[in-house]
Write a protein that binds this ligand. Sequence first.
Ligand code: ADP
Ligand code: MG
Length: 346
Amino acid sequence: MVDQQAVLTALRAVNDPELHRDIVSLNMVRDLAIDGDAVSFRLILTTPACPLRETIDRDVHAALDGLVGVGSVNIDWGAEVRGTAQREGGPKPIAGVRNVIAVASNKGGVGKSTVSVNLAVSLARLGARVGLLDADITGPNIPTMLGLTGGLQAEGGGGLRPVEAHGVQAVSIGFVLPPGTPVVWRGPMIGSGVRQLMHDVEWNDLDYLIIDLPPGTSDASMSMCQDALIAGTVIVSTPQKVALEDARKAIGMFDRLGVPIFGIVENMSGDIFGRGGARDAAEELGVEFLGELPLDVTIREGGDSGEPVVVGHPESAIAASFIELAEQVAARCSVLQFAGEAGAVA
Ligand SMILES: Nc1ncnc2c1ncn2[C@@H]1O[C@H](COP(=O)(O)OP(=O)(O)O)[C@@H](O)[C@H]1O
Ligand SMILES: [Mg+2]
């Protein structure tokens, strides 16, 4: 009969391909049990949206198959998402939220809200606990995109209460503003409104909170990034050549604020706008390219109808692109969380 030590030694040869550490020292292997020649354990990933599960599965089986005394291997998969570590002197975390992911762009109309909604719903479909905060004071259209009718955001005992839609907890500044309030706030109003939105919501145990930021490098987006601990940002860009200039500005702002950048996603990729501009921009600016989303009428229809394309057409190639984006973003988030300690263990 094989013993626990032999199994653990074999599993130490299996690395998480992105964290570059073995799954035993990462504490991903739990509750190892051996019954005759049957080996079973839980394998806890750093995110339910892990794009590398199949690779890890294959490597685990390869490592154990050759072991004398092992007949069958039974893995019970799970995930535990870590919270973002607070930076020295940096902003405090949002209560109830492990990781804030900001979606940003340098200008409006590039698909920031579309990406925010489909990214949030995709992460939820992959099994994560997800919230979506519509913080775009220049055009809060997340409620429409999620199929939520207007009205004020319900107040709970301790603050605003999110509304559930497509498996996502949602809050919109559109719900918080009384009807008729000018969409563009100025000066101190921005600061206080944003602060309420950031820290006054009863989020329920979120792995990821997606924030649809206002476009550009306005006061509003700056104060949001200074007001809450952000795991990283996803920059949405269109494929045109000017994308490079736009992305550079957005990246410059986040760099100055000390907010990590997960990468750039190219939206509306296709015939009219061309293709590849954002990929080139990512390369030139030294950030990750997170993927491309085609220009497609079903994406717009999903936004208009309140049924995001990943819900309305879950089997489509477009939904698959959003799921892939969600996996990439979740993976970047995990990598950043472990980056600080990798050196110590290696
Ligand atoms: N990939 C796409 N294909 C087709 N239409 C899109 C795509 N991305 C966004 N749209 C549409 O373009 C418009 C602007 O997108 P939106 O997400 O509101 O941009 P932003 O939030 O950056 O202003 C919306 O009508 C939306 O449905
Ligand atoms: Mg928008």
